[in-house]
Design a protein around this ligand. Structure first.
Ligand SMILES: CC(C)(COP(=O)(O)OP(=O)(O)OC[C@H]1O[C@@H](n2cnc3c(N)ncnc32)[C@H](O)[C@@H]1OP(=O)(O)O)[C@@H](O)C(=O)NCCC(=O)NCCS
Length: 280
């Protein structure tokens, strides 16, 4: 039992092994790099188990313009259905201070979020596997350079609808590949690939048109070589989902996009894939 008076703590990098242990306890992957990145760009709030380890976590990443991405809502299996999930989420709502909260809900979390007033806005469809590129499809994008950053941030602000520049500025260091695509000399899209456990995640993918998103994904997947890739696609883009499956990837889980206290500010017609579900 965790006492209702047990205070929340802000975790530090010294707690990363405990975060991964909690994830494994709930049969989630270890994802150490992801936890480390989330801790660098956001806040990991947790309840500790007095007997050792973590009882629960919730991660908040604050974007300017009143949007907070909520992620890693986890309760240790030994404390299931004792009200900790609700306590974590009430804490997140208390921290919002008027901002909209956004998250992607697993089937287990959905009911809890609905009870707390979150509303649904579609799904993110995940895919995993080896990407088989069409012959001749590659080579339409190029690696990003530091000189592209201003244009990337401008396009992202217009598409994401909230300022995630503190996160994107770290992409060069966090991602293995960052590519841009140009049309008539102007930036028309960008995408990254970053390593998570044994595979590369392709995301974010932001582009003015679907064929530009496909070109970016093709080049990133080819750079991944033999490594398996993961591509998550916002389900407003049914055409891209079909395209990804036609290139050999298998659809996996598809959590629900939910918000509390407002709507998503994003122009989802140009936002194909999140950087990671935890961040949008
Ligand atoms: C989802 C999770 C955080 C809930 O934590 P919890 O401490 O067990 O939840 P609570 O005890 O606060 O439950 C609050 C309400 O949520 C709903 N709920 C919780 N777990 C549920 C489940 N497995 N299935 C359906 N509804 C569930 C119930 O309505 C519950 O109220 P009740 O017990 O009075 O019926 C926990 O099951 C977990 O860590 N799951 C694995 C990771 C995950 O999927 N996290 C969500 C990420 S979006």
């Amino acid at each position: 039992m965790i006492a209702p008076t047990t205070p929340f703590e802000r975790l530090t990098p010294a707690d990363l092994p405990a975060c991964s242990a909690l994830a494994l306890d709930r049969e989630w992957p270890r994802e150490e790099r992801k936890w480390r990145f989330l801790m660098a760009v956001g806040e990991v709030h947790a309840l500790r188990d007095p007997d050792g380890g973590l009882a629960g976590t919730v991660v908040l990443t604050r974007y300017r313009a009143e949007l907070i991405a909520v992620s890693m809502v986890l309760v240790a299996a030994r404390f299931t259905r004792q009200g900790l999930g609700k306590r974590l989420m009430r804490h997140a709502i208390d921290q919002a201070d008027g901002a909209t909260l956004a998250l992607t809900a697993t089937a287990q979390g959905l009911g809890l979020y609905q009870q707390l007033g979150f509303t649904s806005h579609g799904r993110i469809q995940s895919h995993r596997g080896r990407f088989q590129a069409e012959p001749g499809a590659a080579g339409h994008s190029r690696p990003a350079t530091p000189a592209d950053l201003t244009a990337i941030l401008e396009l992202d602000l217009a598409v994401f609808g909230a300022d995630r520049s503190p996160v994107l500025r770290r992409l060069h260091a966090f991602a293995e590949h960052l590519r841009v695509i140009e049309v008539d000399g102007g930036l028309a899209g960008f995408a990254a690939a970053w390593r998570n456990d044994d595979h590369l995640v392709l995301g974010p993918v932001v582009a003015q048109r679907p064929e530009l998103a496909q070109a970016l994904l093709t080049d990133l997947a080819l750079e991944a070589g033999e490594a398996g890739v993961r591509i998550d696609v916002d389900d407003v883009h049914t055409g891209l989902t079909e395209w990804v499956v036609a290139r050999g990837l298998t659809p996996g889980f598809a959590p629900t996009i939910m918000t509390h206290g407002g709507r998503l500010p994003a122009d989802r017609s140009r936002l194909y894939s999140p950087l990671m579900q935890a961040l949008g």
